[in-house]
Design a protein around this ligand. Structure first.
Ligand code: MUC
Ligand code: MG
Length: 370
């Protein structure tokens, strides 16, 4: 097998089909980073990470991801054999702190390349597939209740989604809860409803509003408090029956360990980018499983490439108590690959094609890159 000869990092802006309103930002276009690692024989490993709202959602911005890979990570890659991705990533971790998104992009491009060299699916390199398909939630976040209801009905009709996550936390908390109530009234009999507050509430607000949400039948409350507030999340978990999901708080393996130890939630949202790659995602799934925490297959709203990475690793994890939300490609107006995701009977179908099963469309990359 041949060794790595080049690493190229591109920043792209991809438009979405409708504004996607979170508590801290509204997405009209996603900034994504594409990584292409080529070997001496010309085979390419391709991967993607996505970010939300510049630096408003998380610390990793596309500009910093590219700059830190070019300057500090690429020198560790040239001349290496991609199948040694475990050793390569371990070496990188010794000289590059944090930078989880950058590390995830590189590790997964290495995995794609190593799998393509051997002509088998990437999931064979981290345990093999358990699931052929996984339940797929959709996020209702148009910012308009009537439009969200219409969208949910259409998704149910198409058998695309019957789990809906509502993005709340922006504006008046009482109005947020009324909005949820209207959606449950309209589609709650045929679907499961969760909410994501994206850190917007304080503990006092959360105590009042989670009680109301629990009474209405919401099945999961995602990151109601700021990521730093483990003690508050622990008190909410103790107090309510409804499941509390740690998302922004559950980033590194060590942070997730602290959350589990403090029972600062009942469940963990996995996302390869925020954990620093697939190997770290598998470790986090392991400690969560050992502690009896539920798992949720999260997304940073990646397009087809990053979504395929998440689908691939999630297919190897025994149980997703709360399903997945790897719907990203369906929110985009366009894609950078020849393939799209396949959804059947409310579930995303896991690709068995080689690597992560996606082929980069170089014309589209040229069109969308900055
Ligand atoms: C998040 O916090 O979960 C995932 C789905 C969605 O609509 O937003 C993202 C981020
Ligand atoms: Mg979330």
């Amino acid at each position: 097998m041949s060794n790595i000869s080049s690493v190229d990092i591109f920043i792209c802006d991809l438009p979405v089909v409708r504004p996607h309103k979170l508590s801290m930002t509204t997405i009209t276009s996603q900034a994504i980073v594409i990584g292409i690692i080529k070997d001496e024989s010309g085979i390419t490993g391709v991967s993607e990470v996505a970010t939300i709202g510049g630096a408003s959602y998380g610390e990793s911005t596309v500009e910093a991801i590219k700059a830190n890979i070019d300057q500090y990570i690429t020198p560790h890659l040239i001349g290496q054999d991609p199948i040694s991705f475990n050793r390569i990533m371990n070496n990188i971790s010794k000289s590059v702190r944090g930078n989880y998104f950058a590390k995830s992009l590189i590790e997964t491009a290495l995995i794609d390349l190593a799998a393509k060299q051997r002509e088998f699916p990437a999931y064979e390199l981290f345990g093999g597939k358990i699931h052929n398909s996984l339940p797929l939630a959709w996020t209702l976040a148009s910012g308009d209740t009537a439009r969200d209801i219409e969208e949910a009905k259409e998704m149910l009709h198409q058998k695309r989604h019957n789990i809906f996550k509502l993005k709340i936390g922006s504006g008046d908390p009482d109005a947020n809860v009324k909005h949820v109530g209207k959606i449950i009234k309209a589609v709650g009999d045929e679907s499961r409803i969760t909410v994501d507050i994206n850190q917007a509430w304080d503990e006092y607000t959360a105590l009042k509003q989670i009680k109301a949400l629990e009474e209405m039948g919401v099945s999961m409350i995602e990151q109601p408090l700021p990521a730093w507030n483990y003690e508050g999340m622990s008190r909410l978990t103790e107090r309510f029956d409804v499941s509390i999901l740690a998302d922004e708080a559950a980033t590194s393996l060590h942070d997730t360990y602290r959350i589990i130890k403090a029972r600062a939630g009942d469940a963990i949202a996995l996302k390869p980018a925020k954990h620093g790659g697939i190997l770290e995602t598998k470790k986090i799934a392991g400690i969560a499983e050992a502690a009896g925490f539920g798992l949720y297959g999260g997304t940073m709203i990646e397009s087809t490439i990053g979504n395929a990475v998440a689908a691939s690793v999630y297919s190897t994890i025994p149980e997703f108590k709360f399903g997945t939300e790897i719907f990203g490609p369906l929110l985009y107006k366009d894609k950078l690959t020849l393939e799209n995701i396949e959804v059947k009977d409310f579930e995303i179908q896991i690709s068995d094609d080689i690597g992560f099963g996606v082929t980069l469309d170089y014309e589209k990359l040229e069109y969308y890159k900055r």
